[in-house]
Design a protein around this ligand. Structure first.
Ligand SMILES: C[S@@+](CC[C@H](N)C(=O)[O-])C[C@H]1O[C@@H](n2cnc3c(N)ncnc32)[C@H](O)[C@@H]1O
Length: 308
């Protein structure tokens, strides 16, 4: 059965639910004041009769929490004509982009949100939803994070780059995108990343012969965990070496998600040499030198390298 297209609704941030007899619906559902019920229903976070199931409660809490971290980042940006540009990588159903638009970009009447996502059907759905809700300053592109950096459809500069659980190395590609676009800030909640663990696994025997430290990743489970931990440590050092101040914290309690590390990087312009040297040393120590060219391309050479 083909569905009839629904008539365009007014901008969802303008269509708030009326107070209920039982009290304020927002308070009951743990929503932010002014958060659009219409949008949450369209995203299937709320059921048609305005209820939350366990999964959607978790997602809502997670995304709302992340929005609270992003708002001060947006507020601290230097003013730009037309408002800030934000790119969200691995956008999926674009929960984050839509909620940011609903709570921040929409009410301010300026700025743009770009969703970057490889799955074309999710991009089409997000485009259709943005049109239906009147979220005019949202764009969605069927691109990988890596390709997006050089895609002509995207502006030359972005202010903020986000990636919430972008799969595997998409977070690394989002970092490369942010550096290319001279972003003022990055807000990253990495997903599991297999690349470093694969590399640790490949050179395990050699490393075990070389150093007792390799005991840290001898068992397969530890290889995965150390790989994931090391990946984020390397990402932070890289960002510091490229002129960002980095904070690492927890997004929400562990009961809500296992992938819970929140990395916020804000541009200071101070490119920490010590971070670059530490990053080189860790790559060397863990036998990951091959990543220098692929993941850490902007890293300056180690201090002791002879001049070319
Ligand atoms: C786990 S989902 C997270 C979606 C969304 N950010 C969220 O938290 O609800 C990861 C998304 O990243 C997309 N993805 C995977 N690799 C990607 C890449 N290299 N570039 C852009 N998107 C990618 C997937 O198609 C998927 O929709």
């Amino acid at each position: 059965m083909t569905r009839r297209p629904r008539p365009a609704a007014p901008a969802a941030h303008a269509a708030k639910a009326p107070p209920t007899a039982a009290g304020d619906l927002h308070a009951q559902l743990g929503l932010r004041p002014g958060q659009s019920i219409e949008l949450l229903k369209a995203l299937h976070i709320l059921t048609r009769d305005g209820r939350l199931n366990q999964d959607s409660r978790r997602k809502l809490k997670q995304v709302n929490h992340l929005v609270q971290f992003i708002e001060p980042v947006l507020a601290a940006l230097p003013p730009r004509e037309g408002g800030p540009l934000l790119a969200d990588h691995g956008a999926g159903k674009s929960y984050l982009g839509f909620m940011l638009y609903d709570l921040w970009f929409g009410p301010r009447g300026e700025g743009w949100v770009y969703g970057i996502e490889t799955r074309a059907e999710l991009v089409e759905r997000a485009q259709a939803l943005a049109a239906r809700l009147g979220f005019e300053r949202m764009r969605f592109l069927p691109l990988s994070a890596a390709d997006a950096a050089h895609d002509a459809a995207l502006p030359a500069r972005f202010d903020v780059v986000t990636a919430l659980h972008a799969c595997d190395t998409a977070t690394d590609d989002a970092i490369a995108f942010a550096l290319h676009k001279q972003a003022r800030a990055l807000v990253l909640v990495p997903c599991c990343q297999a690349e470093v663990a694969a590399s640790l696994r490949q050179h395990k025997a050699l490393q075990l012969a070389r150093t007792p430290l390799a005991e840290l990743w001898r068992h397969p489970l530890h290889t995965r965990e150390i790989g994931s931990q090391l990946t984020n440590v390397l990402r932070c050092l890289y960002l510091e070496s490229q002129g960002y101040a980095v904070t690492v914290t927890e997004l929400v309690g562990w009961e809500h998600s296992l992938k819970n590390e929140l990395i916020i990087a804000t541009w200071t312009g101070h490119k920490k040499r010590s971070a670059a040297q530490r990053l080189h040393a860790l790559l060397e120590q863990f036998g990951l030198q091959a990543l220098r060219a692929t993941r850490f391309a902007a890293l300056p050479p180690p201090a002791c390298d002879p001049p070319p």
